[in-house]
Write a protein that binds this ligand. Sequence first.
Ligand SMILES: *Cc1c(COP(=O)(O)O)cnc(C)c1O
Length: 387
Amino acid sequence: MTRIREADKSHRPGTRAIHAGRIDDLNAGAIMPPIYQTSTYRQEALGVNKGYEYGRTHNPTREAFERNVASLEGAEYGFAFASGLAAIDVLMKLLKAGDHVICGENVYGGTMRLMVRVYEQFGLTFSFVDMRDAEAVARALKPTTRMVYCETPTNPMMFLTDLKAVGDITQAHGLLFAVDNTFASPILQRPLDFGANLVMHSTTKYLNGHSDMVGGIVVTRRDDLAERLGFLQNASGAVPGPMDCWLALRGTKTLPLRMKQHEANGRQIAAWLTTQKAVKKIYYPGLATHPQHELAKRQMKGFGGMISFDVGDPERARKILGGTRIFALAESLGGVESLIGHPASQTHAAVPLAMRQAMGLTDSLVRLSCGVEEAEDLIEDLAQAMD
Ligand SMILES: *Cc1c(COP(=O)(O)O)cnc(C)c1O
């Protein structure tokens, strides 16, 4: 179980991103954390060691990464996993058969698949509710409810959950409140400050930021949850390799810088989309026309680089998706390079059609992950694809 050190709590986010979790390399004084590419550690005598016995349980490179992200989220403890879904899998393992979970109805398709197709088999039950309305959480409460789970902003509809309002409900009822903070990153939003007890990320996305590894992380402030998460991380064993931790840790150093550029591009492209006749609807919390823009300003420090827009006709969407040259047609998000995607057939194909339609996730919806290239080039690219 990795706990941050006092030193990891000092300074502001931009400085923490670079220094928190640092390994002081006594061998050579390396500035970069060494990649401890080892499965086991030499023991001085039976039961005498440096705190490291086996690679699934402990790895110094992994710990440096866990401390770094925990520090950025304002948490005390961090637990890295082999993927975002492996992290969510462990969140589910905090529960037991008979427990009920209230989950936002618009979550990553794989999250819903894990809940419904894996964990319902083990006796967990789920209610999927529209968490734009905090009261919907109160209405869905049952005597067996143990956890509330949400994403905000959501993928791909950019719905927001009022973290403070839901945090108050979960606190009043003694429930766990878990938030997938992948879209915002800790630079734009820190759910623990609003009453969440658990925050997870697909580190594959903004935290690593370079589309060259797959990973996940869970952070918390609570000692009791950390105890159990540490146990589960080791007992279930879906840990990331040291090289992937090193890559992600290299990524978080520039997270504050990258988020500034993602955000600047997101705002500029969203504003441009509002001027386009072909665009029927735009979903971006940074636009004053977004129904939850005021909430976004209250709980986020910025609006990020994710934009969805509806062109009203699936054939038109298909042409745009096939016509961009800088925006690559690909799943995933949060990398330095811009991506364009089609949620209905890619990331959210596993979500039942009726549910997709009810929330506006149509076949003509296009999702952009604005990278950190020059906004003018990105706009020209979209313009020629829409032409
Ligand atoms: C990608 C993603 C996940 C799943 O993470 P993986 O690293 O692909 O396992 C979970 N939540 C959100 C919001 C995501 O974008």
